[in-house]
Design a binder for this molecule. Sequence first.
Ligand code: UD1
Ligand code: CA
Length: 465
Amino acid sequence: MATVAVILAAGLGVRMKSRLPKVLHPVLGDASLLWVLRALPMNLGGAVVVVHHGKDQVLGALEAWEKAGLLPCPVTTVDQGKPLGTGHALQVCIPELDRLDATRVAILCGDVPLTTPATVLHLCAAEALLLAMDLSTPGSYGRVLQHPDGRLAGIVEAKDATPEQLAGQRANGGAYALPWPALRQALQGLTNDNAQKEYYLTDAVAAVGRELPVAVEICDPEELAGMNSRKDQAALQAAAQRRIQRHWMAEGVTFLHPDSTLVGPRVVLHRDVLLEPGVRMEGAVIVGEACRIGQGTVITDSVLGEGVEVLPYCVIDRARVGAGSKVGPFARLREGTDLAEGVHIGNFVETKKAKLHRGAKANHLAYLGDTEIGEGTNIGAGVITCNYDGVNKHRTTIGRNVFVGSDTQLVAPVVIGDGALIGAGSTITQDVPGDALALSRVPQISREGGASKLRSRQKKATGVS
Ligand code: UD1
Ligand code: CA
């Protein structure tokens, strides 16, 4: 006994002109289908996603979202086979909806990403409801016909409509809540006797409306806008961007240039965060209080503590940055980077699976991969952890308060003890004990007057006087 959501996602999406199924196209970094699933309330009896075109890709995405804990309720899928229309999509769900003991179904489209959780909650709680929108040019949307008291009287697809019906501005949003027994009955009577030779869900909804009152509610068109083309995708992205920015501005976040700043739906920003122009954040990102994120910075699936300063043009992916740290400009923090509090990562520094303890610094031009670097340690310019021997990756472990001189190569696996000092230009291939001074340099030769002697020899050899 439950309300079950059905999400239609089997269509090809011809107008997207893409190899990717339409419902996987992103809006601010999250696939349209993920937006729809994440808007579902948690107390549903489940959600059934109808798939077919690009099925393997959709199933793969669903599995990844499930693993990442992004789905609010259990999700199953039904393969529609050759899609014969939205009504056919529901017909193939009959056994699954019966299995789930559905008493009511809430139907949504996988290509309509911006319906808010509040609207979906309202829909899921309704007895029998259709969501519509009033548009000045409803184009290819179905037209909603109502009885004088507002109840649903019918839905005509644009391709089947008379000129008078086409002139109507009340468009079908494609989102419905209906009692399952009544809809189940109506689905069995569907025919494809229409302009598109399809089994229309809208005919079944209208048939239910002849048995019991189906309410019609008008929504903000943005919430029901579908993604059928790249143009729609751009418009949806702009609408989502405005909505998300309005929300964070009200929470105390400054956007220096809102138009060029993209913040995804799973980003959490704390107060006094300041985003410079051209910042993009996607996936699960948390930015702590009073962080400043520099121009052109891209952050995905990462957590930044309070008061972090990211200078312009950094790329931060699957990393953690501790409070008060300073990063950039032009730094790249890759997956598994874990910076404690007050760490400094300067220009042209790349880190991967690197744990830097409190106050460690790597201010210029370094590659730090598969490494742990102790508190207060200073990594000089041009230092490289040589972590890869062509076959395997090896670790570099550096203790506390170590000084690693510029242009040092640390050939892993290697361990540097606390307080050690490594002279500039060294190639370190063996462990260095704590407090040791390690150097590996060819002794320097300086011959007095040697430069002019060499030049005159060179001139003689080429015959220039
Ligand atoms: C549908 C409605 C229309 C409404 C519009 C709102 C019908 C007949 N028409 O039209 O009244 O105004 O949505 O957006 O329902 N799909 C399947 N299997 C199919 C066909 C479609 O899963 O066999 C999926 C599509 O992938 C898509 C959704 O259903 O996610 C809607 O299908 P689409 O073909 O875009 O319907 P519209 O023509 O937009
Ligand atoms: Ca559509």
